[in-house]
Design a protein around this ligand. Structure first.
Ligand SMILES: [Zn+2]
Length: 505
């Protein structure tokens, strides 16, 4: 994600990009770079998580399967849904309960709403408006079963199984539910232009070697953690709507009033869609990947498409091929900035102006890099947000380096060093919930985090740096990685990343 504070920072960054490109030089004050002491923080992190998922092996033939039929009631902003999930127990023991995130309930009360207090007005310009999920019926292997709604924000569903589910065995779970969208300009909700349907259906909580991960939808960072799965989704919407979505369209059926979209998405860790009556769709193609940009300002459609194509191409060359056939970049009523979902990125529509051109490029490049770090290689974004955000932020610089030259990227890197000079490298590695506000979160996890990745490159040289990142991508494709996976891989290649990061000034 790109969060609002970053937008402030990146206004400076994007100004630098434009200047650097036009004038070929920007003066950067390198004088005041703070010193910091750091002791084996990555080791601490890696030992904290050493039992977590380290021997994570993924069996692509036994991924969870989600089959959802959803009908959108535009007047009430509700989705009437039936979902069948074939859940496979990937844990190390038999289980008698299965847990699902039911994120829409984090929008059911004002005090649950996952926004900082100071941002409530931006998230709800017309005042708080509720969103929720109402589970109507639940069947396991066709028998109606008991369930419990739990979690700090009523956003965890506990399903009691009548028979124990052995390791590697599967169970068929059928849900009937209604999702109500709030009038909210965050990831989940609707505004004047778009309906943002993200983190909307019951999605299995992750079992790793720490056990079940049952964390609620918090305001800081992207509080998500999920397993790669297969999806078949049928969505019926009023025919005036155009739909942007994760996955590939199998069939589109129009009736007098509605359009039915039959979509499949294979080997992705989530399914999101955004709809609007106002989209101008532009298309492109790069390295066999179809690029669709959904625009609300058609004057910027060409730019959005160019950046999306270039980003997919650059990151495919640097880290390994983008493994899907399609990628969509969607202008949205989304005040926060940018947000990644598999095969789809949401971008704040206010960035689609001529004066925000540099910023739009930065945000699209950042969200596209998340297709590698978050989407294909996943991680627990609450416990270790730096693992995807720091890599993504540094990858964004690499986009500028590849496209506009090293000088431009170097200036941006120096600018980031200057901005984050009062933050310590040891604070990069905290859980998202351990930062007190989004400024602290962003400067540590993104900016200082990107500097840490840049330092590794500087110390080991391009050859080892890029070959190790490619190896990290290949080894962890469709899996969930963690700090230990990351540190161990560098160590295997003879690099002590802990030492490098601890020496950052
Ligand atoms: Zn991000």
């Amino acid at each position: 994600m790109i969060i609002r504070f970053d937008r402030k920072v990146r206004r400076i960054v994007s100004f630098c990009i434009v200047l650097a490109i036009i004038l070929g030089s920007v003066v950067v004050d390198k004088s005041a770079i703070a010193t910091s002491k750091m002791q084996s923080l990555l080791y601490k992190i890696s030992s904290d998580t050493k039992n977590a998922n380290s021997s994570n092996e993924i069996n692509l033939s036994s991924l969870n399967e989600y089959n959802i039929v959803a009908e959108f009631d535009d007047e009430n902003k509700k989705l009437n849904c039936t979902q069948i999930t074939e859940y496979t127990n990937t844990g190390s023991d038999s289980i008698d309960k299965v847990y699902f995130h039911i994120y829409p309930n984090a929008f059911s009360k004002k005090e649950f709403a996952p926004f900082e207090e100071s941002e409530m007005k931006l998230a709800y310009p017309r005042g708080f408006n509720e969103g929720y999920i109402k589970i109507e019926k639940l069947f396991v292997e066709d028998k109606e079963v008991d369930y419990k709604i739990t979690g700090d924000k009523n956003d965890i569903l506990q399903i009691n199984l009548q028979d124990k589910l052995k390791k590697k065995d599967s169970v068929n779970i059928k849900f009937k539910y209604i999702v109500k969208l709030p009038n909210s300009l965050g990831r989940f909700g609707y505004g004047e232009n778009t309906v943002n349907v993200t983190n909307w259906f019951p999605i299995a909580c992750v079992q790793d070697q720490r056990g079940w991960n049952l964390k609620s939808y918090t305001e800081m960072g992207d509080p998500f953690y999920s397993e790669t799965s297969n999806f078949k989704i049928n969505i019926t919407v009023p025919k005036e709507y155009k739909l942007a979505y994760t996955g590939i369209l199998d069939e589109e059926k129009k009736s007098t009033e509605t359009t039915l979209y039959k979509i499949s998405a294979k080997k992705v860790r989530d399914f999101a869609f955004v709809m609007s009556k106002k989209f101008t769709i532009a298309t492109g193609k790069v390295k066999g990947v179809e690029i669709d940009t959904y625009n609300l300002n058609k004057n910027m459609a060409e730019k959005a498409t160019e950046v999306s194509e270039d980003a997919i191409s650059i990151f495919s060359d640097l880290f390994g091929k983008y493994p899907y056939k399609k990628y969509s970049v969607v202008a949205s009523d989304f005040y926060i900035g940018g947000m990644e979902y598999p095969m789809l990125s949401m971008i704040d529509k206010s960035m689609y102006t001529e004066s925000n051109r540099g910023l739009l490029e930065y945000v699209i490049a950042h969200e596209t890099a998340h297709q590698w770090w978050y989407s294909v290689v996943g991680n627990d974004e609450i416990s270790e947000p730096w693992l995807d955000e720091a890599l993504t932020e540094y990858s964004t610089l690499l986009y500028f380096e590849e496209k506009y030259g090293k000088k431009v990227a170097d200036r941006m890197f120096e600018e980031m060093k200057e901005e984050s000079k009062d933050y310590k490298a040891e604070d990069i590695f905290r859980a998202s919930t351990d930062y007190s506000n989004s400024v602290e979160y962003s400067m540590n996890v993104y900016t200082k985090g990107a500097i840490a990745i840049g330092e590794i490159r500087e110390k080991v040289g391009n050859k080892k740096f890029f070959s190790t990142l490619r190896e990290y991508f290949e080894d962890n494709k469709y899996k969930n990685a963690n700090a230990k996976t990351f540190v161990d891989l560098w160590e295997k290649n003879g690099v002590d990343v802990n030492k490098i990061i601890s020496e950052i000034k």
